[in-house]
Structure formats: structure tokens, C-alpha cells
Design a protein around this ligand. Structure first.
Ligand SMILES: Cc1cc2nc3c(=O)[nH]c(=O)nc-3n(C[C@H](O)[C@H](O)[C@H](O)COP(=O)(O)OP(=O)(O)OC[C@H]3O[C@@H](n4cnc5c(N)ncnc54)[C@H](O)[C@@H]3O)c2cc1C
Ligand SMILES: *[C@@H]1O[C@H](CO)[C@@H](O)[C@H](O)[C@H]1NC(C)=O
Ligand SMILES: *[C@@H]1O[C@H](CO)[C@@H](O)[C@H](O)[C@H]1NC(C)=O
Ligand SMILES: *[C@@H]1O[C@H](CO)[C@@H](O)[C@H](O)[C@H]1NC(C)=O
Ligand SMILES: *[C@@H]1O[C@H](CO)[C@@H](O)[C@H](O)[C@H]1NC(C)=O
Ligand SMILES: *[C@@H]1O[C@H](CO)[C@@H](O)[C@H](O)[C@H]1NC(C)=O
Ligand SMILES: *[C@@H]1O[C@H](CO)[C@@H](O)[C@H](O)[C@H]1NC(C)=O
Ligand SMILES: *[C@@H]1O[C@H](CO)[C@@H](O)[C@H](O)[C@H]1NC(C)=O
Ligand SMILES: *[C@@H]1O[C@H](CO)[C@@H](O)[C@H](O)[C@H]1NC(C)=O
Ligand SMILES: *[C@@H]1O[C@H](CO)[C@@H](O)[C@H](O)[C@H]1NC(C)=O
Length: 494
């Protein structure tokens, strides 16, 4: 989590703004232009179509990382659910490939990018507090940053993403691990409703009364249509205590012990996220601390007793804490053009053996990948939560099994040499498989543990993420989308 944050920082500073998209696949460009013009003529004044090389088009196809940016024929920014409906009907009837982009954080090629028509949800950007129902409406084009910012003066908060620069839509439609998840569950457990444009263009509100769509949308991404608005449960939010501390490699044994003890306690207001980052030829560790009150209990004392090489912890607003996590990670990433992949591994506990395996893997792959491309940064993020993590919600596409908490780790690599794509995917798969083997040897019940679809590398089998839910999800998809309109867009497909 830390490393990619750093990259997103470089990105927002414009260092990557000249990144060129991948060469496009074969397509019939005149057909696409006809579709783009058809959309342009049909949508209302709230929406607009853009063509290359305009700045608005470039923003619309831009992603957090180069790997998932593609040159579409045009982009369209819908300004209403009705216009999303118009657009989807045209795309469906012309069988035009398209992509739906929320925050654009997916690193997997084609998940929110396309050589067809890029839908950029950016105009759906409102955050509205409904004090009567204790909920918050959030437009599907927002990142978490402006949501937390809008909520700061209201005294309430939602269960959203942990670091700046990530979209509400993908996080929520894939599961959602939050700083508040030990208290309130995943983001999907805190949705009160969706405004959804069905594949045939009908606009509906989905609540728990609609059993199948309610189940499918909570983890099933874009398989059932395009979400235009999320309604979240809200919670009172006080000032918080937190920040990041950096540790040198010789402190990692002490950190391992502190992390192990931290997982034995049950204070659900406490959260830590630990990154092992191999970059510029060395291994660094960053621990992000968070306590959902102005003063923490003693749960971090073992960590705080370990000498840090830097960092800053303070009591501040939730939004200020969240924002501080962007620039916290000092950096080796030099800007320019970056590729990136993420992958994941699931454990039930970051035991000493599992922790050692993460350190050994960072020290095995880090130098090897660095030797091939000295801009490479490998980041392994360990994300423990309370054991009751999955007890706050009901059946959903993800997670497929709520009987025990699974901790997902975000394995990230970034690099610039285009010839290394295959090598990087091999390395990430190796890290994931090795962690799984070590956890099994450690006696952890992870033989069927689901992989988190928001972190999983392209090519991951559906069964590994959705387990026994795959069959039901396929049935729901077939009933909702008999014409396979959503098959025209990428992502995990049922
Ligand atoms: C730096 C970083 C930090 C992260 N931190 C966290 C974290 O703290 N917790 C966590 O749970 N995850 C985290 N993630 C993973 C993140 O949740 C996923 O990358 C997520 O998919 C991003 O959502 P997005 O809207 O930005 O992505 P996008 O790439 O825009 O979309 C992802 C997928 O969702 C689909 N989609 C987007 N909008 C819609 C819509 N309106 N209707 C239907 N489908 C849609 C897209 O088509 C695509 O398939 C992090 C990722 C990064 C890069
Ligand atoms: C594109 O495909 C259509 C049929 O779908 C065809 O009529 C047209 O000639 C093609 N155009 C080009 C430039 O290939
Ligand atoms: C929403 O979009 C409008 C119009 O582009 C813009 O003025 C406003 O600043 C945006 N708000 C947010 C929170 O992004
Ligand atoms: C969805 O709910 C909102 C708020 O209750 C309402 O304004 C809107 O008309 C509903 N939309 C549909 C399609 O039922
Ligand atoms: C945490 O809860 C578990 C069971 O839920 C219990 O066995 C354990 O003693 C608790 N730990 C602390 C530190 O309270
Ligand atoms: C922390 O560093 C100080 C000074 O560098 C040293 O005296 C102390 O023993 C160190 N503590 C630990 C726990 O390593
Ligand atoms: C990284 O490699 C490039 C050549 O590919 C070289 O010019 C540069 O000096 C190297 N940087 C470092 C820090 O080793
Ligand atoms: C990219 O990597 C390949 C394969 O390792 C190597 O041959 C090539 O020189 C590298 N390119 C640059 C610009 O470093
Ligand atoms: C990971 O790669 C190493 C080095 O190539 C290899 O020895 C090991 O067997 C691989 N492990 C897995 C689980 O793939
Ligand atoms: C659109 O799909 C929904 C869900 O399958 C269905 O109920 C509705 O009748 C369809 N509408 C049209 C106009 O076909």
C-alpha cells in the first residue's frame, strides 16, 4: 500500500503525465467513431464525448499506472444515470467494446481501460449526507479523498479506502478493506443501497430486498451493470491518532514480535498496516498506525518501543490522517513511465513464520528485479484486522466464506522496462504461492482461503476469489444480462 501511494504522488505531481498508452488491439476504427458520434448526439447537456488529443480525453483514459492505460477511440463523461442508460443502450446494440472507470486504480490491463469507448464516471462527484437516514450518498466518479474531505465538517464518516488516490467504485464493488473495518466490517458490509443502470439501460435502486443483485454487486464489480451512486451507512467520527513510522531492516525481528502480539488483542479501534519495500537496493519497512480516538489504548506500545528511523504520529482529523499517508513514504521512484502489477496472498495470521517468509521473499526478489531494472520497487503490504472482520455483514459475492477472517496482503511491483512484464508477473505469483505454502505449513486453514479480487493479478481463476459463489454469480449474471452487454467490458467476468 505504501509504495503505490508514493507512485500516485509522483503521478499527481505530473511526473507521469506524458506516459503513452499501450499500442491498441485490432479494431475497426470507423465503426468506433460512428458509435462515439451516435453517443454524442444522444446524450444530454450534462454529459460530453471527448476525442484524442484533447486534455479531457487524456484525463479520462488516465490510470494510476501505465499498465492499465489504453488509447480508446473516444471517452464519454456521463453526467446523469439517464445518460449512462443512453450510452449503455448504444454500446449494447452496436456491440462496441467499452470500459468503465471509477478512480482508475486497477493495475490489470483492460479492467477499466479499452481500445473501444472509455466511460469516465468523473462527473458523478457529489457527496451528500442524509441526516434522517444516517447515510451518505456518494457519486460513482469520486475517489475517497474528496468524500472524506466533504465529510470532515459533518462529524460522520464512511467505511472507505485507506490511502489517497483510490476510487470509491472499484473499492466498494470488490469488497473494501478500511481503517475502520475491524469495527464495522468491509465497505460492502456498509452499503445501504446502489443506484444501478442495468445492462439493458433500465435505472434502478438496489437494496437488500433485491436478493440476487444485492449479493452480486457486493464483490462482483461491473458484471451486473454500471453503478452511478452508492449509499453508505455512516458513523460518528472523532479526531484520530495515527501516522507512519519507518524502520531499518535490523529492527524487523522486533517489529515481527510486535505485530504478532498486536494480533492477539481485540481492540477494534486499532489498525496497523506494515509495508516491506525493496527499492534502490535496500529493504525498508513502514508501519502505518491508526487509532479511532484522539488517544490510543496501549495496543501499540510494543511497536512504539522499537527504534524508528523516521516518521510522525499525531492526533488529528480523520481526513488529515488519511491525506498524510500520501507523502509519508519517502521515495526512490524516479518518475517517468511506470508499469505496475498487484497480486495478493491470504493468511489467517501474520505469524512469525509467515512474517519471515515475507522478509525473505522481499530480499530474494527485490535485488533480482532491481538488477534487471534499477527503477523497480517491490512492496509487500501486510494488513491484519480483527478476527471478527467478516462478522459485520451478510452473504455477498466477496468474501465467499465468512466463517473465519482472512487477511489479504497487497503485493505490488512497479518498474519501467517494458520487456519485464512477464518476469514481474512470475515474481508476484511466486511470492503469493510461497506465502500460501508457508501459511499451510504453519497450520493455518488457508487451503480454500479466497484471494481478494481488488488485489489479484490478471489471470487469477474466479474460483480462487469467489469460491463456491461462482455458480450462483454466473446464474445471476445470465438472468440480468441475457444479451451479454457487460461482456463487452473487461474485469473479472462470471
Ligand atoms: C495505492 C492503492 C491503495 C489501495 N488501497 C486499498 C485499500 O485500502 N482497501 C482496499 O480494499 N483496496 C485498496 N486498493 C485496491 C482498490 O480497491 C482497487 O484497485 C479498486 O478496484 C480501485 O477502484 P477504482 O474505482 O479506483 O478502480 P477502477 O480501475 O476505475 O475500476 C476497478 C473495476 O471496477 C469497475 N468499475 C469502476 N466503476 C464502476 C461502476 N461505476 N460501475 C460498475 N463497475 C465499475 C471497473 O470497470 C473495473 O473493472 C488499493 C489500490 C491501490 C492502487
Ligand atoms: C468496419 O466494419 C464494417 C462492418 O462492421 C464495414 O462495413 C466497414 O467497411 C469496416 N470499415 C473499415 C475501415 O474496415
Ligand atoms: C464536481 O464537478 C464539478 C464540475 O466539474 C466541479 O466544479 C466540482 O469541483 C467537482 N467536485 C468534486 C468534489 O470533485
Ligand atoms: C432511487 O431512490 C432515490 C432516492 O430515494 C429516488 O430519488 C429515485 O427516484 C429512485 N430511482 C429509481 C429509479 O427508483
Ligand atoms: C481476544 O478474544 C479472544 C476470543 O475472542 C480471547 O481468547 C482473548 O483472550 C482476547 N484477548 C484479549 C487481549 O482480550
Ligand atoms: C534505540 O536507539 C538508541 C540510541 O540510538 C539506543 O540507545 C537504544 O538502545 C535503542 N533501542 C532499541 C530498543 O534498540
Ligand atoms: C540505473 O540504470 C541506468 C541505466 O539503465 C543508469 O543510467 C543509472 O545510473 C542507474 N541508476 C542507479 C541509481 O544505479
Ligand atoms: C530492458 O530489459 C532487457 C531485458 O533484461 C534488457 O535487455 C534491456 O537492455 C533493458 N532496457 C533498458 C532501457 O534498460
Ligand atoms: C519461487 O521461485 C523460487 C526461485 O525460482 C523457486 O525455488 C520456488 O520453488 C518458487 N516457489 C513457488 C511456490 O513457486
Ligand atoms: C431490463 O432488465 C430487467 C432485469 O432483468 C428487467 O426486469 C426489465 O424488464 C428489462 N427491461 C427492458 C425494457 O427490457
Amino acid at each position: 500500500m505504501a509504495l503505490t501511494t508514493h507512485l500516485l504522488c509522483a503521478f499527481s505531481l505530473g511526473l507521469l503525465s506524458y506516459a503513452q498508452p499501450e499500442p491498441s488491439e485490432n479494431y475497426n476504427s470507423s465503426d468506433l467513431l460512428i458509435t462515439c458520434n451516435k453517443i454524442s448526439a444522444a446524450i444530454s447537456g450534462a454529459s460530453q464525448v471527448f476525442f484524442p488529443p484533447t486534455p479531457q480525453y487524456s484525463l479520462d483514459i488516465e490510470h494510476a499506472i501505465l499498465s492499465s492505460t489504453q488509447a480508446s477511440a473516444c471517452s464519454v463523461e456521463p453526467g446523469s444515470a439517464e445518460d449512462v442508460s443512453v450510452i449503455l443502450r448504444i454500446l449494447g446494440s452496436t456491440r462496441t467494446p467499452f470500459a468503465v472507470k471509477g478512480g482508475g486504480s486497477s493495475t490489470n490491463p483492460g479492467f477499466s481501460s479499452t481500445t473501444g469507448v472509455q466511460i469516465a464516471m468523473t462527473r458523478l462527484n457529489e457527496t451528500t449526507v442524509n441526516s434522517n437516514s444516517g447515510t451518505v450518498d456518494v457519486g460513482a466518479g469520486l475517489n475517497w479523498d474528496p468524500v472524506y474531505q466533504a465529510l470532515e465538517p459533518t462529524g460522520v464518516n464512511v467505511v472507505g479506502g485507506q490511502v489517497p488516490g483510490v476510487g470509491v467504485a472499484g473499492t466498494t464493488l470488490g469488497g473494501g478493506y478500511s481503517l475502520l473495518s475491524s469495527q464495522y466490517g468491509l465497505t460492502v458490509d456498509n452499503v445501504a443501497g446502489f443506484e444501478l443502470v442495468l445492462p439493458n439501460g433500465t435505472v434502478i435502486n438496489v437494496t437488500s430486498e433485491d436478493e440476487d443483485l444485492w449479493f452480486g454487486l457486493r464483490g462482483g464489480f461491473n458484471n451486473f451493470g454500471i453503478v452511478t451512486k452508492f449509499t453508505f451507512k455512516s458513523y460518528p467520527q472523532s479526531d484520530v491518532w495515527g501516522g507512519a513510522r519507518l524502520y531499518a531492516e535490523n529492527q524487523l525481528d522486533a517489529i515481527k514480535e510486535a505485530l504478532f502480539k498486536f494480533q492477539q488483542q481485540n481492540d477494534t479501534k486499532a489498525n496497523v498496516g506494515l509495508s516491506l519495500t525493496y527499492t534502490s537496493g535496500q529493504l525498508l519497512s513502514t508501519v502505518v498506525f491508526f487509532y479511532d480516538a484522539p488517544t490510543p489504548s496501549g495496543v501499540f506500545d510494543d511497536f512504539l518501543a522499537v527504534n524508528a528511523t523516521g516518521g510522525n504520529i499525531l492526533t488529528t482529523s480523520f481526513f488529515a490522517h488519511f491525506q498524510s499517508l500520501g507523502p509519508q513514504v519517502s521515495g526512490a521512484f524516479s518518475g517517468g513511465v511506470a508499469f505496475g502489477d498487484t497480486q495478493t496472498a491470504s493468511v489467517t495470521q501474520y505469524s512469525p513464520d509467515v512474517f519471515d517468509a515475507f522478509v525473505n521473499l522481499a530480499n530474494f526478489w527485490g535485488p533480482r528485479l532491481y538488477a534487471l531494472d534499477n527503477t523497480t520497487a517491490l512492496d509487500l503490504a501486510l494488513e491484519p484486522f480483527d478476527k471478527g472482520l467478516f462478522s459485520h455483514g451478510s452473504g455477498s459475492a466477496y468474501p465467499p466464506d465468512r466463517s473465519q477472517a482472512i487477511f489479504t496482503s497487497q503485493l505490488t511491483v512497479e518498474w519501467t522496462n517494458a520487456t519485464l512484464k512477464e518476469t514481474m508477473a512470475i515474481a508476484l505469483r511466486n511470492i503469493s504461492n510461497t506465502i500460501r505454502a508457508v501459511a499451510l505449513a504453519d497450520g493455518q486453514d488457508v487451503s480454500d482461503a479466497a484471494l481478494y479480487p481488488n488485489y489479484a493479478l490478471f489471470g487469477t481463476p474466479l474460483e480462487d476469489m469467489y469460491g463456491e459463489n461462482v455458480e450462483r454469480l454466473r446464474k445471476i449474471r445470465a438472468a440480468i444480462d441475457p444479451e451479454d452487454v457487460m461482456g463487452l467490458t473487461g474485469g473479472w467476468k462470471f
